[in-house]
Every structure is written in structure tokens, then in C-alpha cells.
Design a protein around this ligand. Structure first.
Ligand code: PGA
Length: 255
């Protein structure tokens, strides 16, 4: 179901006590906003060892949810150092980020591997936050739409209608991630509208209308309202600004 959503991707930051302190500050500051009629769903995605402790700070039956940043494609087995979707679900995760550009770039994650991870996440009952986005070279070569169309077609659109209904998409232009150079709201809207068109083609018009599509890449307390006011932007996947309780709370209040 389409809904406003803000996800904080903490990446490889914060120790356990720092993470617990941050999330308790966020839930305190954002308590009122999270209880309001316009409140978005709020997903906190800490590093694996912090999941349980951070999850314990989230008020039950509220807009706050726990998410992970990655999972392995197999349910269990001899994969030293890896974490399965089933284990994530067992510690209270409801979401998992898949296909983040840092995973694609630094860990060689391909569309084929991501297809398997998506299946594993869905089988464990997790909602994938599936990331797509072009590099600066691709944008400057005027190939953004082709590139994102391809990422969607080969990474995501193999899912059944029922499976796809569980997926959140995040558009994250690589040139905007952690650079302070955000996409303009018009650039974000244009790509989000394109993604919705592709969903309508691959599934149907209703599926396109029902999909939550987030923007990510240097979104912050100053630009969130403008970005989220675009008709096809349903919220944000927030990196740097999710590590500051005041900023993240302001983003939650930006609808
Ligand atoms: P950023 O990261 O907000 O720090 O640009 C976003 C992301 O990578 O999800």
C-alpha cells in the first residue's frame, strides 16, 4: 500500500550505546509528529549488532519500524559472516534495504543476486526497500531513464503481483549520495514518475499508484519538504541526516 515513509539508513556508523541513545532521542523528539494524522511510517535501519537494542527502544504498535541494511540470499547454512532474512525477522525487523548503490559498487551486488535477495526477504516476511539510481556519468550521457528502467526490469519486475505489493522503491542518484548535492525536486519527480510508468507497464496502473517511492541522496531538514511535496515522491531514504535526532525529526515532520 502506498504510504508516506521516512527511512534512516545509519550505514556503518554508531556504536551500540550511541545507537540506543540516538533512537531514544528520536522517539522522544518525534513522538508527537509520529502520533499525528499525517505521520509517515518511520523505519530505522542500524547496523546488524544494534538491531535488537534499537528495536527495543521503538514504541510498539506505532509508526516506528525496524529495518536492516542488507541480508543474505539463503535462508541458513554455511555462510560465515552473513545474516539471513529469517534471522532479521526474528529480531523484529520489518524492512530490509536491498540494492543500495554502496552494496552494488563495493560488494559487487548484481541484479541477479538482488533478485535472489528480494525473494529471500519476501519469504521471511520482510518488506524490501529496493534502491535504484544512476551515476553522474550515466546522467550526463542522458541515459538515466534507460539505466533505471534496466535496473527495475532485471532486478525487480520478476516478482509476482503479490510479492511486488510488498516492495518499497528508493530512487537514489549515486551522485547525490553523501555529497551534499541533492537532486532538485523536479529531477526527483521526473524519475519517480518514470518509475511509476514502468510499474504500470510491468504490472498494472493500480500497482503503480499503490507503490511507495522514496527519494534518497543528501535529503535533509532543509530540502525534505520541497522534495516530499512532489506528487510522486512519497518520502525519503535518509543517510547522513538520519544520524542527527533533530534533523531526522524535522524530516519526519516534512509532509
Ligand atoms: P545521504 O545517504 O542521505 O547521506 O546522501 C542516503 C543513502 O545512501 O541512503
Amino acid at each position: 500500500m502506498r504510504q508516506n515513509l521516512v527511512a534512516g539508513n545509519w550505514k556503518m556508523n554508531l556504536t551500540y550505546p550511541e545507537g540506543v541513545a540516538l533512537v531514544s532521542e528520536i522517539t522522544r523528539l518525534a513522538a508527537e509528529a509520529a502520533a499525528g494524522a499525517n505521520a509517515p511510517e518511520i523505519v530505522i535501519c542500524p547496523p546488524f549488532p544494534l538491531l535488537h537494542g534499537v528495536g527495543e527502544q521503538l514504541p510498539k504498535a506505532s509508526k516506528f519500524h525496524l529495518g536492516a541494511q542488507n541480508c543474505h540470499q539463503k535462508e541458513s547454512g554455511a555462510f560465515t559472516g552473513e545474516v539471513s532474512a529469517k534471522v532479521l525477522a526474528s529480531v523484529g525487523c520489518e524492512y530490509v534495504i536491498l540494492g543500495h548503490s554502496e552494496r552494488r559498487q563495493y560488494f559487487g551486488e548484481t541484479d541477479e543476486l538482488l533478485s535472489q535477495k528480494l525473494k529471500a526477504a519476501l519469504a521471511a516476511g520482510l518488506k524490501p526497500i529496493f534502491c535504484v539510481g544512476e551515476s553522474l556519468d550515466t546522467r550526463e550521457a542522458d541515459e538515466t531513464f534507460d539505466f533505471i528502467g534496466q535496473q527495475l526490469a532485471s532486478g525487480l519486475f520478476h516478482l509476482s503481483n503479490e510479492e511486488f505489493a510488498q516492495v518499497v522503491i528508493a530512487y537514489e542518484p549515486i551522485w547525490a549520495i553523501g555529497t551534499g548535492r541533492t537532486a532538485t525536486s523536479a529531477q526527483a519527480q521526473e524519475v519517480h514518475a518514470f518509475i511509476r510508468e514502468q510499474i504500470a507497464r510491468a504490472y498494472d496502473a493500480q500497482a503503480a499508484l499503490d507503490t511507495t517511492i522514496l527519494y534518497g541522496g543528501s535529503a535533509n531538514a532543509q530540502n525534505a519538504r520541497e522534495l516530499f511535496s512532489q506528487p510522486d515522491v512519497d518520502g525519503g531514504l535518509i543517510g547522513g541526516a538520519s544520524l542527527k535526532a533533530v534533523d531526522f525529526t524535522a524530516i519526519i515532520q516534512s509532509f
